[in-house]
Write a protein of this length. Structure first.
Length: 360
């Protein structure tokens, strides 16, 4: 009876095949044992706080890198027992290197995405996740370029020549696309400086609207009229931005005017009427009401108060209710609102009679 070493199959001893399959089986068993241990660790993590991130990292480590790497490594180690020849072994080495590099890059990208979401999530609202999505694409491009350079270097290509060519081409592209690069830098300014988030209502120049999406080159706003407005990031970062979403309270200044011939008692009653009208409303804080000065046709009172909520519709409702109360208060006190008027004095020579004064 022949020994295993004497049995030849496809030009190779049977023992080589036994070793190959033995290594593959051991790798599969080891992968399943690690899968079980990591699954236990994942189930032990809670859903609150850091546990959520731990589960995500464990899942990506388990499914994205460790288990596939063990499978590929065990198959590669098993095939090494077969004498496949120089050319075939070179092909196997290249395939294994490409697969492992692909796994590492994919795993690194997933972990980076989770880390960015976790890091930015601590600093802002849930809307920041939408804002950092373009950053994922940039990170993926950088990772894959690095991986390609690594592969080419290990495959025997002259990386220095390729990098030099990319550098010259990069300078050319940069000179030809300065506007695009300006918008890209504008995106990073928005990302890290955070002048606004998705869902914020902003005003810049003569443009106003709610932020819908923040991209690498442009930011999209939905105006009050309903149309979509697209603005270059560089234009936003170089202009003055009013962000009403973070306004804690709204300062309101308005005027009330009465005629010049209003007597002192009624003039003194105006600030009290206005103060009571403001204080009667919720979400308001009265500041002051004064006779500001003499207008062209009237005596002008200036009133200042605060609405303790940033909602614009609430502000308009409050102002309307205050205006109604002022009208009612003036009617009770017999105070009238000033209207544009002009007094014309006619001499006796002009009229042929006694001097007369008319008011229009």
């Amino acid at each position: 009876m022949k020994e295993l070493s004497d049995i030849v199959l496809a030009g190779r001893p049977l023992t080589a095949y036994v070793k190959m399959f033995g290594v593959i089986v051991v790798g599969i068993i080891a992968a399943q044992a690690i899968r079980y241990a990591l699954a236990k660790a994942r189930d032990a993590a809670t859903e609150d706080g850091p546990g959520t991130v731990s589960k995500a990292v464990v899942d990506r480590t388990l499914r994205g890198l460790l288990l596939p790497a063990i499978y590929i490594g065990s198959v590669y180690a098993g095939i090494s027992f077969l004498d496949l020849g120089i050319k075939t072994e070179r092909i196997v080495d290249t395939v294994a290197l490409v697969l492992l590099t692909w796994l590492v890059v994919r795993y690194a990208a997933q972990v980076l995405h989770v880390s960015l979401v976790h890091w930015f999530g601590k600093k802002g609202r849930e809307a920041t996740r939408q804002r950092i999505r373009p950053l994922f694409a940039i990170a993926d491009v950088v990772l894959w370029i690095t991986a390609v350079i690594f592969l080419l270097d290990n495959l025997g290509f002259k990386i220095s020549t390729i990098v030099a060519g990319l550098g010259i081409g990069g300078i050319t592209v940069a000179l030809a696309s300065q506007a695009v690069l300006g918008d890209l830098f504008g995106y990073f300014v928005i990302l890290f400086d955070r002048p606004f988030d998705s869902g914020d209502f902003i005003v810049t120049g003569d443009i106003s609207g709610t932020i819908e999406a923040i991209g690498i080159k442009t930011t999209k706003l939905r105006s009050l009229g309903g149309e979509l407005i697209v603005i270059a990031n560089s234009q936003l970062t170089s202009s003055k931005i009013h962000n009403y979403q973070h306004m804690e309270r709204r300062r309101v200044v308005f005027s009330v005017s009465v005629p010049f011939d209003t007597d002192r008692r009624r003039l003194s009653a105006v600030p009290d009427i206005v103060r009571k009208a403001v204080e009667a409303r919720e979400h308001t804080a009265f500041d002051r009401a004064h006779l500001r000065g003499f207008g062209q046709y009237s005596l002008d009172f200036e009133i200042v108060y605060f609405v303790t909520d940033a909602d614009y519709n609430l502000y308009m409702d409050v102002q309307q209710a205050i205006n109604f109360d002022i009208i009612e208060g003036f009617a009770r006190e017999g105070i009238v609102f000033a209207l544009p008027s002009r007094s014309v004095t006619l001499s006796a020579a002009d009229t042929g009679g006694p001097e007369a004064t008319t008011t229009k």
